[in-house]
Write a protein that binds this ligand. Structure first.
Ligand code: AHR
Length: 515
């Protein structure tokens, strides 16, 4: 009996391996008029008062020798504008539920300090506050997404913040804003009502939080009755489907602009593994955790569909990305990690999932933008580098606000030690000018994959391609070799009478452009 089981197992294993190596994956792209638009906000970012994200990252102060505009680094602004950053979430994260926004306005020298209890116990001097953040978003051309304090704040405090930033008429908060040097309101659209209410945001039950949400949302009007703000509920921890169910059931749809979901790709919370020195085992299990996003989005969507069949409420994956052990020698509370080809593959595959679920997923925020977790930018004093994840986000920015072209295919398997994952990930879109973009990821660490796509009906004549890959999965951009991993021209495809035959190398991300 044992023998039979073993030979069946070996047969399955070997057939899957050869499946991955020899098979051509046929991808069908549908030019479907009813398909949704991929909301540009899926390509959003996140900046928390955590480690060197704000201080030493974005913000160096206006007396710094590092070129800056009102204290914000010019090199970071330039890099993020090139990325077409659509929105930026701030000030947390866990920090948000300890943050009192009035501490961060008015003359710098009069601002009180607080202790950042979640992240390293460092003293926060509040020198980067509401004006600094919202003015920075204007520089970036990004929509601000403010996370309000529910855990340790008050309803009045959050309602006041909305009045301070958004009200153009005469009111106590708009007068205060004007006194602090800003006449016109910023008109902030996206407002989070707390963060991780099930954890650092107050350890609440879903039922308790749903009631709190209703109370906060009632008083968080946009003060001008134009319906101009989107209120976003603190969402579930990964696969906590009950959380989404309780929120959708108990909060009236007209009070709910979006429901969050947080999911980090982690091998094991007790043993997260190194960001650079990892084996194929570490890679496989990081990808296994990352690709769980497909199931999460599908199942949370199904729950939302029950209560909101017209899909009025957006799913907002406002924290996602890889989480490893901090880089050796750095403050464990600062969550600084390097970013390798593994992260590039993870980003490409996750963004394909979001694109393909654009009917419900309308915003997402990679955690985090600068110097924290899966960062797109790393800084070391005056030096700044962009990571492989940055390059993937930039390659994929072509999908922002483009119409989704739904795809259909059976992925071959990437098999490792008897476990398997889908090896190929893909999404496609057509933008307003008629350009078609197809993004493909080969997750397989060892084998190339052959893909065939019929492009006859897509209304384009020819294709060009861009690829990001490297010699080793563990390769990364360092301050000494900042351009080790950059996108290059991809020529691994042929257009045979309207059939694209593509060979995509192991652990690589490709974007094809058809015009
Ligand atoms: O991104 C780091 C932390 O992860 C955030 O502060 C928190 O919301 C999440 O647990």
């Amino acid at each position: 009996m044992k023998k039979v089981l073993l030979s069946t197992f070996l047969f399955t294993l070997f057939s899957q391996v050869s499946f991955a190596q020899n098979q051509t994956t046929v991808v069908t792209i549908k030019n479907n008029a009813d398909a949704p638009t991929i909301n540009k906000n899926i390509y959003g970012h996140f900046a928390e008062h955590l480690g060197r994200s704000i201080y030493g990252g974005f913000f160096v102060g206006d007396t710094s020798k590092i070129p800056n505009t009102k204290g914000v680094r010019n090199d970071i602004v330039k890099a993020l504008k090139e990325l077409k950053i659509p929105n930026l979430r701030w000030p947390g994260g866990c920090f948000a539920d300890t943050y009192h926004w009035k501490d961060g306005i008015g003359p710098q020298q009069e601002r009180p300090t607080i202790v950042n209890q979640w992240w390293g116990g460092v003293t926060e001097d509040n020198s980067f506050g509401t004006h600094d953040f919202l003015n920075m978003c204007e520089l970036l051309g990004a929509e601000p997404y403010l996370s309000g304090n529910v855990g340790s704040g008050t309803v009045q405090e959050l309602a006041d913040w909305v009045q301070y930033t958004n009200f153009s008429g005469k009111s106590p908060m708009s007068d205060l804003r004007k006194k602090n040097g800003r006449t016109e309101p910023w008109k902030v659209k996206f407002w989070g009502i707390g963060n991780e209410a099930w954890g650092c945001g107050g350890n609440m039950t879903a039922e308790y939080y749903a009631n709190e949400y209703r109370k906060y949302a009632t008083f968080m009007s946009d003060w001008e009755n134009t319906g101009g703000i989107t209120r976003i509920a603190s969402g579930s921890n990964s696969a906590d489907y009950n959380w989404t169910e309780v929120l959708m059931k108990n909060i009236p749809i007209n009070m709910l602009g979006g429901v969050g979901v947080h999911h980090y790709a982690v091998i094991d919370w007790a043993k997260k593994g190194d960001g650079v020195n990892f084996t194929e085992d570490g890679y496989f299990h990081t990808m296994q955790s990352a690709l769980k996003m497909e199931e999460l989005v599908t199942k949370h969507s199904a729950i939302m569909d029950k209560y909101d069949p017209e899909k009025k409420v957006a799913m907002i994956v406002d924290e996602w990305g890889a989480w490893y052990e901090v880089e050796k020698g750095t403050n464990p509370g600062f969550l600084y990690q390097q970013n390798t080809m593994r992260d590039a593959v993870l980003a490409g595959a996750t963004l394909n999932i979001f694109n393909n679920h654009a009917d419900r997923v309308r915003m997402a925020n990679l955690a985090q933008c600068v110097n924290v977790l899966q960062a797109v930018i790393l800084t070391d004093k005056a030096k700044m580098i962009t990571t492989p994840t940055y390059h993937v986000m930039k390659m994929y920015s072509v999908h922002q606000d483009a119409k989704l072209l739904p795809i259909d295919f059976q992925s071959p398997l990437y098999t490792f030690n008897g476990e398997s994952l889908p090896a190929v990930s893909a999404s496609a879109s057509k933008d307003k000018s008629g350009l078609v973009h197809i993004s493909l990821v080969n997750v397989d660490a060892k084998n190339k994959n052959k893909i065939e796509i019929d492009v006859k009906d897509l209304g384009v004549k020819g294709f060009t391609g861009t690829i990001i890959t490297s010699a080793k999965l563990q390769d990364y951009n360092s301050f000494d070799a900042p351009n080790k991993i950059v996108p290059t021209v991809f020529k691994g495809f042929e257009n045979k009478k309207g059939k694209l035959e593509i060979t995509i190398p192991p652990f690589s991300v490709v974007v094809l452009e058809g015009k």
